[in-house]
Design a protein around this ligand. Structure first.
Ligand code: NAP
Length: 455
């Protein structure tokens, strides 16, 4: 089988690669498993030295890596460069903090000694999406390797060049051979890879259906999994919100990565008193996006990653309009070569429409009018997802209370858009998955929390 990458701007083939067979993946996994037995015995200082090398190589190659993302999945250069810098940050963060995070913890008991020790599990499989082709992998890779695990990556089939580049960067940083390897395979081989006895756990970032399938297989093997899945993040605009500023933040969040982010703002829930004003500012901001060639530095929004994904998004818009949603902005496929979709705003969005019930993975905003704060919270939580959420208000005490106690999501922000950060736990509830990445919680997902007692 071949794996092919296509430039979503030009429609031209980028490259074709021979995929690994299941036997081929078994050979690689067996080398990675062998590497685990020596990697687990390296000190935190040794691992940190490789990780810091990796960070500086990433920084030195940020332009060329951003170009690779632009070509394979349409990310604009500015965002690609920022993504690579964030990968360097996560490498540095775990290089500097892993040892403290995984230090033995003494516990007072009647024994002469008792403590908790955090031991690596072995080879961990990462199944990753194309939308942040470097960041999604690095936020898994840095804590996983620092904890003493080894890892294999099955990346999304449309970004094989990024997948191979990551393997090469790890090699270049001086990590021992086979501590991290890329498997070039389609999703049909994931089951066989999870069932490989040398694979001890799996981390998947992707859609809810992919998560459900991977969780079922991992469950049948009694292997742990961490799932970072889709979202339909609600952003609540209360009557005392600074409207212009909130509208700018909301539009930025909706349009980042051409709207293809799990934690992009997707549903905008606005209280009646400020609805018209907010919509006016928000429409202006959404309209400012300039879409075109992602390699052109003037361009703020590239094409979507694939034309089939663009067409699927458009169908969600069409179906919502058929059920009564109204188009305020965009909503038509532009007459351009490339997988473009314009910034789009839908209002009068109601339950039963894809724009209300489902994840819209592109630059389409669903605006929902509500009577008051209580109704806003109810609508925000009226979703099968629970990844991020935000609330905009001048009253930060009230905002913090809503974020902490009322919104059913894994990451809740007040007066800003939801962002991932190496220092903060990241993940969702409900159909957005379970487990956490990043921070102390993230690095402790793939370890044996071992109790040691000495009489
Ligand atoms: P996707 O289609 O689910 O693919 C993600 C990865 O899973 C790819 O490597 C894909 O391989 C693989 N895959 C797909 N179906 C599978 C199956 N049945 N069994 C095993 N593996 C399977 O998702 P995507 O379109 O790449 O990414 C967009 C989705 O990811 C959105 O829903 C988004 O919200 C979510 N996401 C979540 C987070 C988060 O942190 N929560 C972050 C980013 C994205 P192939 O490419 O070979 O099909």
């Amino acid at each position: 089988m071949m794996i092919k990458s296509t430039n979503p701007f030009s429609g031209k083939k980028v490259n074709t690669y021979e995929a690994h067979s299941l036997q081929g993946t078994s050979r690689i996994i067996s080398s990675v498993d062998k590497a685990f037995h020596s990697w687990r015995n390296t000190s935190f200082q040794q691992r940190a030295a490789f990780m810091l090398n990796l960070a500086s190589i990433l920084r030195s190659k940020k332009d060329e890596l951003a170009k690779l993302m632009a070509i394979e999945m349409g990310k604009v250069m500015r965002e690609g460069i920022a993504e690579v810098e964030k990968c360097a940050w996560v490498c540095e963060y775990f290089a500097q903090n892993a040892e403290t995070m995984l230090e033995n913890e003494p516990i007072e008991t009647q024994y002469s000694s008792s403590f908790v020790s955090y031991q690596p599990l072995g080879t961990i499989l990462a199944v990753m999406p194309w939308n942040f082709p470097f960041w999604q992998v690095f936020r898994f890779l840095a804590p996983t390797l620092m904890a003493g695990n080894t890892a294999v990556l099955k990346h999304a089939s449309n970004v094989p060049g990024c997948a191979l580049a990551i393997e090469e960067l790890v090699r270049e940083a001086g990590f021992p051979e086979n501590v991290f390897r890329t498997l070039l395979v389609g999703s049909s081989l994931v089951e066989g890879i999870i069932r490989n006895p040398a694979v001890k756990a799996v981390s998947l970032t992707g859609s809810t259906p992919a998560g459900r399938s991977v969780a079922a297989i991992a469950g049948s093997e009694l292997k742990k999994c961490v799932l970072e899945l889709g979202g339909s993040d609600p952003y609540i605009i209360l009557k005392d919100a600074p409207l212009e500023q909130s509208a700018t933040i909301c539009a930025t969040s909706r349009l980042l990565n051409a709207g293809q982010s799990c934690i992009a703002a997707k549903r905008f829930i606005v209280v009646d008193e400020v609805y018209s004003h907010f919509l006016e500012h928000f429409t202006d901001k959404m309209n400012e996006a300039r879409f075109g060639d992602p390699c052109d530095p003037e361009i703020t929004m590239g094409p979507l990653a694939r034309t089939d994904l663009r067409d699927e998004l458009h169908q969600q818009v069409v179906k919502s309009v058929k059920k009564g949603a109204e188009i305020v902005l965009g909503g038509e496929i532009p007459n351009l070569k490339g997988a473009f979709y314009p910034p789009t705003i839908l209002e009068n969005v109601k339950p039963g429409m894809p724009a209300y019930d489902d994840e819209l993975f592109g630059p389409v905003a669903s605006v929902i009018r509500v009577k008051n704060e209580a109704e806003a919270v109810k609508v925000a939580n009226d979703t099968p997802f629970g990844l991020g959420a935000a609330v905009f208000t001048k009253d930060t005490v009230a905002g913090s209370r809503i974020a902490e106690l009322q919104l059913d999501a894994g990451c809740c922000f007040v007066n800003d858009f939801v962002k991932s950060d190496p220092r903060l736990p990241f993940g969702g509830i409900k159909q957005s998955g379970f487990g956490r990445e990043l921070s102390l919680q993230g690095i402790r997902e793939f370890v044996n929390v071992k109790t040691v007692v000495v009489k």
